[in-house]
Structures are given as structure tokens and as C-alpha cells.
Design a protein around this ligand. Structure first.
Ligand code: GUN
Length: 294
């Protein structure tokens, strides 16, 4: 079994990104600039945003945090409009989840597609599905980069994805089935209405778990020699830890790992790759390499 080390892979990508930032500047270009909107007090969202801002600093990006305890939808839309019109800002993400009174789709719809470095806007989503230039959501993009880094063959393989979220499962199902490399897989997308989940997961050459349900995937659900990608990251109270919690993936790692050819750890697997992918998307905007019709 080989551990898919997202931490060191992401560090190598970030090292390349900082060199590219330097080259952009010496050739008279701009410093890439990411704006992040964070609303509410969800502890996990605060942790993720802090990690994204720290990574910006590490690679030499400028970043701006726009943080609100609460905000009306109309005011949020005005802030997004300001960022859309601000030529110094290359990328904008609105950290999800949003408070219940805010219509997520409406918010995403208002981000200018070119600056939508999360790739959630329908224009980016549609272009991605058609294999046209687009921002691709960071977590799926990070997973593809990890598979690519470890030279894991995806063509002709059966990829079973558990979870159809906007951020991970749904876009990954499109990317893995596209005519590209990584891609060209036969994809099964499982969700809460799927029957006989274990029968499907056992067929997977590549199994991706992205549900947010600790230990959902047990040894009996995994084929011998499978590649297992664990996107789950749930906090479980643990008073013996300094932070008061520990992070659990969707995969019962101790049980499942011995059966795998490759497996991602949690933490240190998909998480760091997501951040590296977000930075890559933002750099491409600063380099003027993205054309997304808006
Ligand atoms: N919440 C969980 N994952 C993500 C992500 O990739 N982007 C944003 N904006 N919010 C998230």
C-alpha cells in the first residue's frame, strides 16, 4: 500500500507556483490577488479560510479577507459586484456553507465567471462539462493532480464516487468521465438514494468517498488493490488533543488501508491539494490565461 501524500505533493506545487509568481513580477506582470468572503462562525470554515490565506502568503499572492458575522443577501451581492469591478482582484471565493437566509445559487451566479476560481458558476460548470477552458472546482482538480502526480492510470478504470456535492462529487464525476488524462474512466456516482452501495463500491478500481460521514467505507466495501481517495473531513471531539478534536475521513483507514494499492490519509491527503488547486486557478487569472465568457 502506498500513501498518497497530499501534503508533500501540494508543497511541491506551491513551490512551482511561487516561482511562477516571481517570473510574472519580473516580467512586469501583477501580483496575483485572491479575495475571500467568509460569513458566520462555522469553525471548520474559519480553519479552511485561514489555511487558504496562509497559502496565499506562502506563494507570494496578495489576499483580502472580507469577513462578516452576518450579512443580508442584497449587501453581499453589492460586495461581490465591487470585487467583480475591481481590476486589482483576480479571484473571488465565497466560503460555503452560507447562512440559511442566503440563496447560495444566487450568490454564485453573481460572481464574474472569470474571477470564480472555485469554478462553481454555471458558466464554468458548463464549460468544464464540455471540455472547454474553464475554472475547475478546487477539490476535484486537486484530486486529479494527485492521481497525475502518482501516475495512477484512470483510463478504462471503474471510478465509483460516493457523494454528489456541488463542490466535489458532481464535478469529479464529469472530470473523470471526460476524454482527457486523467479521465476516460467509467464513472458511477452514488448518493443518498443509491441502493446496494456496498455492491457498487466493491466494483471500484478507484473509489472516492466524499460524503462527510466518518468511517462510512469499511473493508468489506473495498476491492483488493483499489485506489481509495478520502475527501471526508469531519471533526470528532477528542479531549486528549490540543485542539479538542480530531479529523476523521469517510474511510475507516485502519481497516481499509491494507487492502489498497494507494490511499489518501486524513488529514494530509486531499485537503492540501484543494488549496494548491485554488492557488493555481488564481494564478492563471493573473497570467491572463483564462477566458471564460461572461
Ligand atoms: N466549502 C467546502 N469546500 C469549499 C470549496 O471548495 N470552496 C468554497 N468556497 N467553500 C467550500
Amino acid at each position: 500500500m502506498i500513501l498518497l501524500d497530499g501534503k508533500s505533493t501540494a508543497a511541491a506545487i506551491q513551490e512551482r507556483l511561487s516561482q511562477q509568481v516571481h517570473m510574472l513580477q519580473v516580467s512586469g506582470g501583477k501580483v496575483p490577488h485572491l479575495a475571500v468572503i467568509l460569513i458566520g462562525d462555522d469553525p471548520a470554515s474559519h480553519t479552511y479560510v485561514a489555511a487558504k490565506l496562509k497559502a496565499c502568503q506562502e506563494v507570494g499572492f496578495q489576499s483580502t479577507l472580507m469577513q462578516y458575522a452576518n450579512i443580508r443577501e442584497a449587501a453581499l451581492l453589492r460586495h461581490i459586484e465591487q470585487v467583480n469591478e475591481d481590476p486589482t482582484i483576480d479571484g473571488l471565493i465565497v466560503q460555503l456553507p452560507l447562512p440559511q437566509h442566503v440563496d447560495v445559487q444566487e450568490i454564485i451566479y453573481h460572481i464574474r465567471p472569470e474571477k470564480d476560481v472555485d469554478g462553481f458558476h454555471p458558466m464554468n460548470y458548463g464549460c468544464m462539462a464540455r471540455n472547454l477552458p474553464a475554472h475547475v472546482p478546487a477539490t476535484p482538480l486537486g484530486i486529479l493532480a494527485l492521481l497525475d502526480h502518482y501516475q495512477i492510470e484512470t483510463s478504462g478504470k471503474h471510478c465509483v464516487i460516493v457523494g454528489r456535492s456541488r463542490t466535489v462529487g458532481a464535478p469529479l464525476s464529469i472530470l473523470m468521465s471526460r476524454n482527457s488524462d486523467p479521465g476516460n474512466a467509467t464513472v458511477t456516482l452514488c448518493h443518498s438514494h443509491t441502493q446496494h452501495l456496498d455492491q457498487l463500491t466493491r466494483q471500484a478500481d478507484i473509489l472516492v468517498a466524499a460524503v462527510g460521514q466518518p468511517r462510512l467505507i469499511t473493508a468489506g466495501m473495498v476491492k483488493e488493490g483499489a485506489v481509495v481517495i478520502d475527501v471526508g473531513i469531519t471533526r470528532e471531539s477528542d479531549t486528549t488533543r490540543k485542539l479538542g478534536y480530531r479529523l476523521l475521513g469517510d474511510v475507516d483507514f485502519a481497516q481499509v488501508a491494507p487492502r489498497c494499492s494507494y490511499i489518501t490519509p486524513v488529514p494530509g491527503g486531499v485537503g492540501p491539494m484543494t488549496i494548491a488547486a485554488l492557488l493555481s486557478n488564481t494564478l492563471r487569472v493573473a497570467q491572463n490565461q483564462v477566458y471564460v465568457p461572461s
